[in-house]
Design a protein around this ligand. Structure first.
Ligand code: C2E
Ligand code: CA
Ligand code: CA
Ligand code: CA
Length: 278
């Protein structure tokens, strides 16, 4: 595991430091924050590059530690996974995201909202029923929710994840493969899953302007996605040249700092009003 830096605090997610006092203290703080519903959600717009229209938003969990300030999700999501907190965290993010999405719809913006699922939450057999209940409680149609999963999740338990994905698919929820290109899933396996979308990982997207090999990877990912009848999303779009390249390659949706950083709910709503004027 790599070292993560966060405001001078170094956290090593390794066997050796698993019981370090700092790590245990941070887990205790995270548990309290999750129990008290203190985690927030930031939203990053997803845009159709051909029309410039906003089609959806990705929900990203945020934790502002009372003393240490913002802790990146790359740090606290793994902590949550290793300490049994990922399920309540996922439910909290799902609930927040669906409430926000219902507000956007009431304001006239028919967007989808995407929520990230870590392996443990996808593999929980209770997930589909819970999603169905949350959709109903928040007044959202199932098609308004996209669940982003990674290839490693599917590899952890192919049979278990297939069963859950099929139940989610039956509800009408859409499934996206996140970080596409970084895993090892075979084409055969992808074809067997009820998927709607692939997201090309930002590590390829970000070097498109500079590296012809990354251009080749992105081009084939777009073609492969379309050959499998999937929507193709590129994440990590930071400049206009990359945006233009992706639009020309036929990418369906783009997401990245060029359009907006992930924004707190109220700021996202304001951004949406400004960017949906026709
Ligand atoms: P991800 O799902 O791949 O999310 C995309 C990450 O890229 C986000 O980082 C986002 O802020 C960042 N990003 C977006 N546009 C750009 C860009 O143009 N350039 C660059 N360099 N980065 C960009 P963030 O918010 O720090 O999240 C990191 C990871 O933490 C996520 O990666 C996801 O795996 C995980 N995560 C975040 N929220 C949740 C959650 O609610 N549940 C779960 N299970 N995982 C989450
Ligand atoms: Ca994601
Ligand atoms: Ca991603
Ligand atoms: Ca990622």
């Amino acid at each position: 595991y790599a070292a993560k830096e966060s405001h001078g605090l170094r956290l090593y997610d390794s066997e050796l430091d698993r019981n370090s006092p700092q790590r245990l203290a941070l887990i205790a703080d995270l548990r309290r924050a999750v129990e008290r519903g203190e985690l927030t959600v930031a939203y990053q717009p997803k845009v159709d590059p051909r029309t410039g229209r906003v089609v959806g938003a990705e929900a990203l969990a945020r934790w502002h530690h009372p003393e240490q300030g913002p802790i990146p999700p790359d740090v606290f999501i793994p902590l949550a996974e290793h300490s049994g907190l990922v399920w309540p965290l996922t439910l909290h993010v799902l609930d927040r995201a669906l409430r926000s999405r219902a507000e956007w719809a009431r304001a006239g913006h028919d967007l989808h909202v995407a929520v990230n699922l870590s392996p443990n939450s996808l593999l929980d057999a209770a997930l589909p029923d819970l999603v169905a209940r949350l959709l109903e409680a928040t007044g959202n149609p199932a098609r308004a929710l996209t669940l982003e999963i990674t290839e490693s999740t599917i590899l952890t338990d192919p049979a278990g994840s297939l069963a859950t994905l099929e139940r989610l698919h039956a509800l009408g929820v859409e499934i996206s493969i996140d970080d596409f290109g970084t895993g090892y899933s075979s084409l055969g396996r992808l074809r067997e899953l009820p998927l709607h979308e692939v997201k090309i990982d930002k590590s390829f997207v970000q070097r498109v302007a500079a590296d012809h090999r990354d251009r080749a990877v992105v081009r084939s990912a777009v073609q492969l996605g379309h050959a499998l009848d999937l929507r193709v999303v590129a994440e990590g779009v930071e400049d206009a040249d990359t945006y233009a390249y992706l639009a020309a390659e036929g990418c369906d949706v783009v997401q990245g700092y060029l359009l907006s950083r992930p924004l707190p709910a109220e700021e996202f709503t304001a951004w949406l009003h400004i960017h949906s004027r026709n």
